[in-house]
Ligand binder design. Structure first.
Ligand code: SF4
Length: 226
């Protein structure tokens, strides 16, 4: 384990935490809502996904057994705000069926499965990429798996820790190989990254407002140092 990189990653987290406070993720009332949210937020903002979740809830459909048995033509109109609604209705129904059939709609039964095996099972589902799968592993099953998204790649390549256009796996390894496997830390670290990427390290970065532009005087972002 590279001690320096470990310290740098921890210092960056500490600076984000000091600036933003604990993020208390995932923003959902139940594990099932988290999983449906992970599907609905694919390729759209969280605001869009949250509206679709609210519609499912208002219709009394945010239930794995109901969604497993529903016609996709009944699910799709409720999730229009998440865009790609026909495709996502299929994904939600297929996932709900597996969740009911193989895990008795019990998140503890999912969490009891060995991490690699569960990851393979979820990745085999239609429309389940690595980000959606790892989100469920971390935020539902509390497995110490670091979730990577576009913000993670952008921020850490700008910082100088990753090459531009780094792959999902390479980005994930940066954290997995340099931090202790700690689900609580990974939970809030990813949430902090989303907060920074969403509000400050945008496509056009607002470096003057960035809490990690310079950390303790020694650690500096390659882009933000100007
Ligand atoms: S200093 Fe600028 S480029 Fe670097 S992480 Fe902060 S906002 Fe992004």
């Amino acid at each position: 384990m590279a001690a320096t990189l470990t310290e740098d990653l921890i210092q960056i987290y500490d600076a984000l935490f000091a600036a933003f406070g604990h993020q208390h993720w995932w923003p959902a009332k139940t594990p099932f809502e988290t999983m449906v949210g992970a599907i609905l937020t694919q390729n759209v903002s969280w605001t869009n996904a949250a509206q679709a979740i609210a519609n499912l809830e208002d219709a009394g459909m945010l239930d794995p057994r109901l969604l497993a048995e529903a016609d996709t033509a009944d699910i799709a109109p409720l999730i229009v705000p998440s865009r790609y609604y026909n495709q996502k209705a299929e994904r939600i129904r297929e996932f709900s069926r597996v969740y009911v059939r193989e895990f008795r709609a019990d998140p503890a039964a999912m969490a009891a499965m060995e991490t690699g095996e569960l990851r393979e099972r979820l990745l085999a589902l239609r429309g389940f990429g690595k980000e959606t799968t790892d989100t469920i592993l971390l935020y539902v099953c509390e497995k110490p798996v670091f979730v990577v998204d576009a913000y993670t790649r952008r921020i850490f390549s700008r910082y100088g820790f990753l090459p531009e256009g780094a792959s999902y796996d390479l980005t994930q390894r940066l954290f997995a190989e340099n931090l202790e496997p700690d689900a609580e830390l990974f939970n809030d670290y990813h949430a902090q990254i989303v907060r920074l990427g969403n509000t400050i390290c945008k496509r056009s970065p607002l470096c003057d407002r960035c809490p990690i532009r310079e950390v303790r005087g020694t650690l500096r972002c390659a882009v933000g140092r100007g």
